[in-house]
Structures are given as C-alpha cells and as structure tokens.
Write a protein that binds this ligand. Structure first.
Ligand SMILES: O=C(O)c1ccccc1N[C@@H]1O[C@H](COP(=O)(O)O)[C@@H](O)[C@H]1O
Length: 201
C-alpha cells in the first residue's frame, strides 16, 4: 500500500494486513512525506513490514538524505532512472514501468537487470504515477523473468479480477484505498481492509 502520510494511516494499513508500505518522496505528489515525517512513520512500524521509498527522478543529494535518516527496505524508482542510477545505492530496488498500448514490456524490462522486481503502472502523459487509472492487463506478457508488482487503478472491487487475470507476485495500491476531497483526501481504513481482504481471498 503506497502513499501513507502519517503514523495513523500507516498503522491502520498494518492493521488491515498489508505486507509493505510505500512512502512517497516526490515533492509534487499530494502524498509527499518529509524526511522527518517518514522517519517518524518508519520507527512507529512493527517488525516485518517492508518499508518502500518511492522516488521520481530525484537528485542524488535528496535520495542520500532520505537513506541517511529513514530505514527503507526497498527503493521504488518511478521515473526515467537508468539501471545504473537505480543500482548506485546498493539497495534492493524495483523499477516502475508505465504501460500503454504499443509498450514493449519485455524490452523495457531488459533495461533493468539489477531490479529485483518490476512494477507495472498505467501511463498518463505528464503524471508519473498515482493516477488511479488501470491499464489493459492483456498487454502484460507471461514470460517476464522477474516478479511483477501490478499497480495502477486497483481498488477493492477490481483487485480480485486483476489477480485472477495477471497472477502477479504482488499488487500495489494508492488512490483506490483513499476517500475524501482534494486537500482532505487520505487513506480510508475501511477501503484498506476491503482491499486486503479481496487480495487474500
Ligand atoms: O502515489 C503517488 O502520489 C505517486 C506519485 C508519483 C509516482 C508514483 C506514485 N504512486 C504510485 O503509482 C502507482 C499507482 O497508483 P494508483 O493506485 O493508481 O493511485 C502505485 O505504484 C503507487 O505506488
């Protein structure tokens, strides 16, 4: 579950049964967390919850500051970073590939030999992610040699069908477990529970 912005949301997600939590270090996102807030959230978590840090074409100094202060288990690169740029941190990383008709997922995947998994998300021009939009899952080839994390527009209603159709290693959600309007939008405990239940079923 990606984009928690407070200890309260993080613990509600843990209570719902997530395996991993994502912190967004992309300043334009409404889910952006400061290094201080991220550190507070990280140290409030119980053991065995994988903590993921999401970056979008971040500069090296910004990534280094986060790594110095926040105990991340996994890095998620969601921009145009190269494999070399993702690998330089000597941490396990997953690479987001944004899919649209005509995308060769195999070719994009081949450019990231160092990734421990590939996160497949929807493409929307000018927006790197967190769009709440699904893509055509039929575009996903069944011969990819890395674990696939399916993302993009998942919610408690469609995630069962997504799992049945794609059989991914994991699913990732942000918008689909939120409620509220504009500035007051945030993670909804009931939607988080419904999502995890649907996944487990
Ligand atoms: O969540 C964000 O704000 C975000 C910002 C920039 C890049 C990625 C972001 N989130 C990731 O986007 C996908 C899909 O999210 P959604 O469920 O469709 O809202 C997911 O991997 C998030 O981790």
């Amino acid at each position: 579950m990606c984009g928690v912005t407070s200890i309260e949301e993080a613990l509600q997600a843990v209570e719902a049964g997530v395996d991993a939590l994502g912190l967004v270090f992309y300043p334009p996102s409404k889910r952006f967390v400061s290094v201080e807030k991220a550190s507070e959230i990280a140290f409030a978590l119980p053991p065995f919850i994988t903590l993921v840090g999401l970056f979008v074409d971040a500069d090296e100094a910004a990534i280094q500051t986060v790594l110095d202060r926040v105990p991340l288990d996994l890095l998620q690169f969601h921009g145009n970073e190269t494999d070399q740029e993702c690998e330089r941190w000597r941490r396990k990383y997953i690479k987001a590939l944004r899919v649209r008709p005509g995308t060769s997922i195999e070719e994009c995947a081949a450019a990231y030999p160092g990734a421990c998994g590939l996160l497949l998300d929807s493409y929307r021009k000018g927006v790197p992610g967190g769009t709440g939009e699904a893509f055509d899952w039929q575009l996903i080839p069944d011969n990819l040699d890395k674990p696939i994390i399916l993302a993009g527009g998942l919610n408690p209603e469609n995630v069962s069908q997504a799992i049945e159709q794609v059989a991914p290693y994991a699913v990732d959600v942000s918008s689909g477990v939120e409620s509220g309007v504009e500035n007051e939008r945030g993670k909804d405990p009931e939607k988080m529970k419904a999502f995890v239940e649907a996944v487990k079923q």
